[in-house]
Design a protein around this ligand. Structure first.
Ligand SMILES: [Zn+2]
Ligand SMILES: [Zn+2]
Length: 347
Protein backbone atom coordinates (compact mmCIF):
# COMPACT_ATOMS: atom_id res chain seq x y z
CA UNK A 1 0.00 0.00 0.00
CA UNK A 2 2.97 2.26 0.08
CA UNK A 3 3.36 4.68 -2.75
CA UNK A 4 6.75 5.07 -4.33
CA UNK A 5 8.39 7.67 -6.45
CA UNK A 6 11.64 7.57 -8.32
CA UNK A 7 13.22 9.47 -5.45
CA UNK A 8 12.26 7.09 -2.71
CA UNK A 9 14.88 4.60 -1.69
CA UNK A 10 14.37 1.42 0.19
CA UNK A 11 15.16 1.78 3.86
CA UNK A 12 18.07 -0.42 4.90
CA UNK A 13 17.34 -3.36 7.18
CA UNK A 14 17.45 -2.30 10.82
CA UNK A 15 20.37 -4.51 11.77
CA UNK A 16 23.35 -4.84 9.46
CA UNK A 17 26.12 -5.31 11.97
CA UNK A 18 27.24 -8.63 13.33
CA UNK A 19 28.10 -6.90 16.60
CA UNK A 20 26.35 -7.70 19.84
CA UNK A 21 22.70 -6.73 19.59
CA UNK A 22 21.81 -6.50 23.26
CA UNK A 23 19.87 -3.31 24.01
CA UNK A 24 22.47 -0.60 24.34
CA UNK A 25 20.24 2.05 25.80
CA UNK A 26 18.24 1.81 29.00
CA UNK A 27 15.17 3.33 27.33
CA UNK A 28 14.95 0.48 24.81
CA UNK A 29 11.99 0.48 22.41
CA UNK A 30 10.85 4.04 22.88
CA UNK A 31 8.12 4.62 20.29
CA UNK A 32 8.53 7.59 17.95
CA UNK A 33 6.19 9.00 15.31
CA UNK A 34 7.55 9.01 11.75
CA UNK A 35 8.19 12.75 11.98
CA UNK A 36 9.35 13.01 15.58
CA UNK A 37 12.15 15.61 15.47
CA UNK A 38 15.60 14.11 16.05
CA UNK A 39 19.12 15.50 15.75
CA UNK A 40 21.86 12.89 15.93
CA UNK A 41 24.97 15.06 15.72
CA UNK A 42 25.53 17.79 18.33
CA UNK A 43 28.58 19.20 20.11
CA UNK A 44 29.08 20.82 23.50
CA UNK A 45 31.92 22.70 25.15
CA UNK A 46 33.50 19.34 26.04
CA UNK A 47 35.17 19.60 22.61
CA UNK A 48 35.05 22.63 20.33
CA UNK A 49 31.39 23.53 20.82
CA UNK A 50 29.77 26.34 22.79
CA UNK A 51 26.72 24.53 24.16
CA UNK A 52 26.78 23.63 27.83
CA UNK A 53 24.86 20.40 28.39
CA UNK A 54 22.08 22.32 30.18
CA UNK A 55 21.95 25.06 27.52
CA UNK A 56 21.72 22.39 24.85
CA UNK A 57 18.92 20.50 26.59
CA UNK A 58 16.98 23.76 27.11
CA UNK A 59 17.27 24.48 23.41
CA UNK A 60 16.20 20.96 22.40
CA UNK A 61 13.16 21.16 24.68
CA UNK A 62 12.22 24.51 23.17
CA UNK A 63 12.49 23.13 19.64
CA UNK A 64 10.59 19.95 20.49
CA UNK A 65 13.52 17.74 19.50
CA UNK A 66 12.80 14.47 21.26
CA UNK A 67 15.93 12.44 20.49
CA UNK A 68 19.41 13.88 20.23
CA UNK A 69 22.97 12.57 20.25
CA UNK A 70 25.84 14.36 21.98
CA UNK A 71 28.82 13.66 19.72
CA UNK A 72 31.78 15.71 20.89
CA UNK A 73 35.06 15.32 19.06
CA UNK A 74 37.16 12.58 20.66
CA UNK A 75 35.60 12.90 24.11
CA UNK A 76 32.39 11.87 25.88
CA UNK A 77 32.79 14.31 28.74
CA UNK A 78 29.32 15.86 28.35
CA UNK A 79 27.42 12.66 27.64
CA UNK A 80 26.41 11.53 31.14
CA UNK A 81 25.40 15.01 32.26
CA UNK A 82 23.33 15.48 29.09
CA UNK A 83 21.64 12.08 29.53
CA UNK A 84 20.72 12.92 33.14
CA UNK A 85 19.41 16.39 32.24
CA UNK A 86 17.55 14.98 29.25
CA UNK A 87 15.83 12.34 31.37
CA UNK A 88 14.43 15.10 33.58
CA UNK A 89 13.25 17.18 30.63
CA UNK A 90 11.86 14.43 28.38
CA UNK A 91 14.66 14.44 25.78
CA UNK A 92 16.27 11.10 24.94
CA UNK A 93 20.00 11.68 24.74
CA UNK A 94 21.91 9.04 22.82
CA UNK A 95 25.52 8.63 24.01
CA UNK A 96 27.86 9.46 21.17
CA UNK A 97 31.19 10.86 20.08
CA UNK A 98 32.83 11.92 16.81
CA UNK A 99 36.16 10.15 16.55
CA UNK A 100 38.95 11.53 14.37
CA UNK A 101 40.04 8.60 12.23
CA UNK A 102 42.46 7.98 9.38
CA UNK A 103 41.79 6.01 6.24
CA UNK A 104 43.07 6.28 2.67
CA UNK A 105 45.79 8.75 3.62
CA UNK A 106 43.49 11.36 5.18
CA UNK A 107 41.33 12.10 8.17
CA UNK A 108 37.62 11.34 8.40
CA UNK A 109 35.13 11.89 11.19
CA UNK A 110 33.36 8.81 12.51
CA UNK A 111 30.22 9.18 14.61
CA UNK A 112 29.93 6.46 17.22
CA UNK A 113 26.60 5.84 18.93
CA UNK A 114 25.26 3.77 21.75
CA UNK A 115 28.24 3.35 24.09
CA UNK A 116 28.17 5.17 27.41
CA UNK A 117 31.48 6.42 28.82
CA UNK A 118 30.72 4.59 32.10
CA UNK A 119 30.18 1.27 30.32
CA UNK A 120 31.98 -1.32 32.45
CA UNK A 121 31.28 -4.38 30.31
CA UNK A 122 34.53 -6.11 29.30
CA UNK A 123 33.49 -5.94 25.63
CA UNK A 124 33.42 -2.12 25.87
CA UNK A 125 36.96 -1.93 27.27
CA UNK A 126 38.62 -1.52 23.89
CA UNK A 127 36.44 1.45 22.98
CA UNK A 128 36.68 3.11 26.40
CA UNK A 129 40.47 2.78 26.33
CA UNK A 130 40.61 4.20 22.82
CA UNK A 131 38.54 7.20 23.91
CA UNK A 132 40.77 7.75 26.96
CA UNK A 133 43.78 7.66 24.66
CA UNK A 134 42.31 10.23 22.27
CA UNK A 135 41.21 12.49 25.11
CA UNK A 136 44.65 12.38 26.74
CA UNK A 137 46.49 12.88 23.45
CA UNK A 138 44.47 15.97 22.56
CA UNK A 139 45.17 17.48 25.98
CA UNK A 140 48.88 16.78 25.60
CA UNK A 141 48.86 18.41 22.18
CA UNK A 142 47.22 21.50 23.68
CA UNK A 143 49.85 21.83 26.43
CA UNK A 144 52.60 21.32 23.88
CA UNK A 145 51.11 23.81 21.39
CA UNK A 146 50.73 26.46 24.11
CA UNK A 147 54.35 26.03 25.12
CA UNK A 148 55.58 26.28 21.53
CA UNK A 149 53.50 29.36 20.72
CA UNK A 150 54.55 31.18 23.89
CA UNK A 151 58.18 30.19 23.45
CA UNK A 152 58.10 31.69 19.95
CA UNK A 153 57.51 35.12 21.50
CA UNK A 154 53.74 35.16 21.00
CA UNK A 155 51.97 35.58 24.33
CA UNK A 156 48.43 34.14 24.42
CA UNK A 157 46.78 35.47 27.60
CA UNK A 158 43.34 34.85 26.01
CA UNK A 159 43.85 31.13 26.48
CA UNK A 160 42.53 31.45 30.04
CA UNK A 161 39.21 32.80 28.78
CA UNK A 162 39.06 30.33 25.89
CA UNK A 163 39.53 27.34 28.18
CA UNK A 164 37.25 28.56 30.98
CA UNK A 165 36.23 25.68 33.22
CA UNK A 166 37.00 23.07 30.60
CA UNK A 167 39.94 20.87 29.83
CA UNK A 168 42.44 22.63 27.59
CA UNK A 169 42.16 21.37 24.01
CA UNK A 170 44.17 22.38 20.90
CA UNK A 171 41.24 24.40 19.56
CA UNK A 172 41.46 26.70 22.62
CA UNK A 173 45.10 27.47 21.80
CA UNK A 174 44.19 28.20 18.18
CA UNK A 175 41.30 30.48 19.21
CA UNK A 176 43.56 32.30 21.71
CA UNK A 177 46.13 32.87 18.96
CA UNK A 178 43.40 34.62 16.97
CA UNK A 179 42.07 36.57 19.97
CA UNK A 180 45.60 37.76 20.79
CA UNK A 181 46.06 38.89 17.17
CA UNK A 182 48.90 36.59 16.13
CA UNK A 183 46.91 35.07 13.24
CA UNK A 184 43.70 35.98 11.43
CA UNK A 185 41.92 32.60 11.31
CA UNK A 186 41.97 29.00 12.57
CA UNK A 187 43.70 27.85 9.39
CA UNK A 188 46.71 30.13 9.92
CA UNK A 189 46.75 29.33 13.64
CA UNK A 190 46.92 25.60 12.91
CA UNK A 191 49.60 26.13 10.27
CA UNK A 192 51.71 28.15 12.70
CA UNK A 193 51.47 25.45 15.39
CA UNK A 194 52.67 22.88 12.86
CA UNK A 195 55.44 25.25 11.71
CA UNK A 196 56.58 25.50 15.34
CA UNK A 197 56.89 21.70 15.48
CA UNK A 198 53.60 21.02 17.24
CA UNK A 199 50.28 19.63 16.11
CA UNK A 200 46.60 20.23 16.74
CA UNK A 201 45.10 16.95 15.66
CA UNK A 202 45.41 13.24 16.23
CA UNK A 203 43.74 10.19 14.77
CA UNK A 204 43.48 6.41 14.90
CA UNK A 205 43.14 4.13 11.86
CA UNK A 206 39.46 3.74 10.94
CA UNK A 207 39.66 -0.07 11.00
CA UNK A 208 40.84 -0.06 14.62
CA UNK A 209 38.05 2.24 15.75
CA UNK A 210 35.35 0.28 13.90
CA UNK A 211 36.64 -2.93 15.45
CA UNK A 212 36.35 -1.74 19.07
CA UNK A 213 32.98 -0.09 18.38
CA UNK A 214 31.62 -3.40 17.08
CA UNK A 215 33.02 -5.30 20.04
CA UNK A 216 31.19 -2.90 22.34
CA UNK A 217 27.92 -3.25 20.40
CA UNK A 218 28.02 0.39 19.28
CA UNK A 219 27.13 1.80 15.89
CA UNK A 220 29.54 3.67 13.60
CA UNK A 221 28.36 6.21 11.04
CA UNK A 222 30.66 8.16 8.73
CA UNK A 223 30.01 11.86 9.39
CA UNK A 224 29.18 14.50 6.77
CA UNK A 225 30.11 12.48 3.67
CA UNK A 226 29.21 15.41 1.42
CA UNK A 227 31.55 17.89 3.04
CA UNK A 228 34.79 18.47 1.18
CA UNK A 229 36.98 20.22 3.73
CA UNK A 230 38.88 17.31 5.23
CA UNK A 231 39.35 15.84 1.76
CA UNK A 232 37.08 15.13 -1.18
CA UNK A 233 33.41 14.32 -0.60
CA UNK A 234 32.64 10.61 -0.34
CA UNK A 235 32.01 8.83 -3.66
CA UNK A 236 30.46 5.39 -4.17
CA UNK A 237 33.84 4.07 -5.29
CA UNK A 238 35.59 5.33 -2.16
CA UNK A 239 32.81 3.98 0.05
CA UNK A 240 33.18 0.52 -1.48
CA UNK A 241 36.94 0.57 -0.90
CA UNK A 242 36.40 1.77 2.65
CA UNK A 243 33.81 -0.93 3.41
CA UNK A 244 36.26 -3.64 2.33
CA UNK A 245 38.65 -2.54 5.04
CA UNK A 246 36.36 -1.18 7.73
CA UNK A 247 32.76 -2.37 8.07
CA UNK A 248 31.14 0.88 9.18
CA UNK A 249 27.41 0.65 9.89
CA UNK A 250 26.19 3.77 8.12
CA UNK A 251 26.71 7.21 6.60
CA UNK A 252 25.23 10.57 7.62
CA UNK A 253 22.82 11.06 4.73
CA UNK A 254 21.12 14.12 6.21
CA UNK A 255 23.52 16.91 7.13
CA UNK A 256 23.38 20.69 7.36
CA UNK A 257 25.45 21.32 4.22
CA UNK A 258 23.80 18.63 2.12
CA UNK A 259 21.58 19.74 -0.73
CA UNK A 260 18.63 17.55 -1.73
CA UNK A 261 20.86 16.10 -4.45
CA UNK A 262 23.53 15.20 -1.88
CA UNK A 263 20.96 13.60 0.41
CA UNK A 264 19.43 11.64 -2.48
CA UNK A 265 22.88 10.41 -3.50
CA UNK A 266 23.92 9.34 -0.01
CA UNK A 267 20.56 7.75 0.82
CA UNK A 268 20.81 5.73 -2.37
CA UNK A 269 24.44 4.78 -1.65
CA UNK A 270 23.47 3.62 1.83
CA UNK A 271 20.34 1.78 0.70
CA UNK A 272 22.21 -0.14 -2.00
CA UNK A 273 24.77 -1.35 0.54
CA UNK A 274 22.50 -2.10 3.50
CA UNK A 275 23.96 0.80 5.47
CA UNK A 276 22.18 2.88 8.08
CA UNK A 277 21.42 6.55 7.41
CA UNK A 278 22.28 9.26 9.93
CA UNK A 279 20.76 12.73 10.33
CA UNK A 280 22.46 15.54 12.19
CA UNK A 281 22.95 19.30 12.17
CA UNK A 282 26.47 19.29 13.69
CA UNK A 283 25.40 22.31 15.74
CA UNK A 284 28.23 23.55 17.98
CA UNK A 285 26.33 26.35 19.69
CA UNK A 286 23.40 28.71 19.21
CA UNK A 287 23.50 29.41 15.45
CA UNK A 288 27.07 28.12 15.33
CA UNK A 289 27.14 27.36 12.52
CA UNK A 290 23.48 26.31 12.74
CA UNK A 291 20.95 25.55 15.47
CA UNK A 292 19.85 21.97 16.19
CA UNK A 293 17.46 20.77 13.49
CA UNK A 294 14.22 18.77 13.51
CA UNK A 295 15.11 15.89 11.17
CA UNK A 296 12.28 13.36 10.83
CA UNK A 297 12.83 10.18 12.84
CA UNK A 298 12.02 7.95 9.89
CA UNK A 299 14.76 9.52 7.75
CA UNK A 300 17.17 7.77 10.14
CA UNK A 301 14.90 4.89 11.04
CA UNK A 302 17.36 2.00 10.81
CA UNK A 303 19.86 3.84 13.00
CA UNK A 304 17.24 4.76 15.61
CA UNK A 305 15.98 1.17 15.70
CA UNK A 306 19.53 -0.02 16.35
CA UNK A 307 19.67 2.48 19.20
CA UNK A 308 16.56 1.15 20.88
CA UNK A 309 13.72 3.20 19.39
CA UNK A 310 10.65 2.18 17.45
CA UNK A 311 9.84 4.45 14.53
CA UNK A 312 6.39 4.49 12.92
CA UNK A 313 6.01 4.71 9.14
CA UNK A 314 4.06 7.55 7.55
CA UNK A 315 0.62 6.61 6.21
CA UNK A 316 1.63 7.22 2.63
CA UNK A 317 4.80 5.15 3.03
CA UNK A 318 6.90 7.97 1.63
CA UNK A 319 10.15 8.24 3.55
CA UNK A 320 11.98 11.17 2.04
CA UNK A 321 11.90 13.01 -1.25
CA UNK A 322 13.62 16.16 -2.44
CA UNK A 323 11.73 19.21 -1.23
CA UNK A 324 10.56 17.51 1.96
CA UNK A 325 13.18 19.20 4.13
CA UNK A 326 12.69 22.98 4.03
CA UNK A 327 16.09 23.50 5.68
CA UNK A 328 18.09 21.54 3.09
CA UNK A 329 21.09 23.47 1.77
CA UNK A 330 20.47 25.24 -1.50
CA UNK A 331 22.63 24.11 -4.41
CA UNK A 332 25.46 26.53 -5.25
CA UNK A 333 25.03 28.58 -8.39
CA UNK A 334 28.21 27.09 -9.83
CA UNK A 335 30.00 23.97 -8.63
CA UNK A 336 32.87 25.20 -6.54
CA UNK A 337 36.25 23.95 -7.67
CA UNK A 338 38.14 24.82 -4.51
CA UNK A 339 40.90 22.33 -3.85
CA UNK A 340 40.50 20.35 -0.67
CA UNK A 341 42.63 21.37 2.26
CA UNK A 342 44.41 18.41 3.65
CA UNK A 343 44.71 19.41 7.28
CA UNK A 344 41.66 21.61 7.52
CA UNK A 345 40.54 22.70 10.95
CA UNK A 346 36.88 21.89 11.09
CA UNK A 347 34.02 22.18 13.47
ZN1 LIG B 1 32.98 16.40 11.84
ZN1 LIG C 1 30.63 17.22 14.41
Amino acid sequence: MSTTTTFEFKEPPPIVSTAATAPILPQARVPLAFDTPVDLHLHTYASDGFWSPSGLIDDLVQRGIAVAAVCDHDTQDSVLEAIALGERRGVHIVPGTEVTVRWGGRQWHLLVYGIRPDDERPEARGFIDLMDGHDRRFQELAVDARRRVEASGRPIPSVVREVGERKMMPVHILRAMIADKHVPRLKEAAELVVELGGNFTYDTPLEEVVQVVREAGGVSVLAHPGRADLGLALTAKTLDQLLKEAPIDGIEGHYRTHTDADTARYRKMAGARGLLIGAGSDSHGPGAPVDPRPWHANWAKGLLVRLGFEVADPDDGLVWTPGMDPLAAKPPKRERKKPAERQAVTV
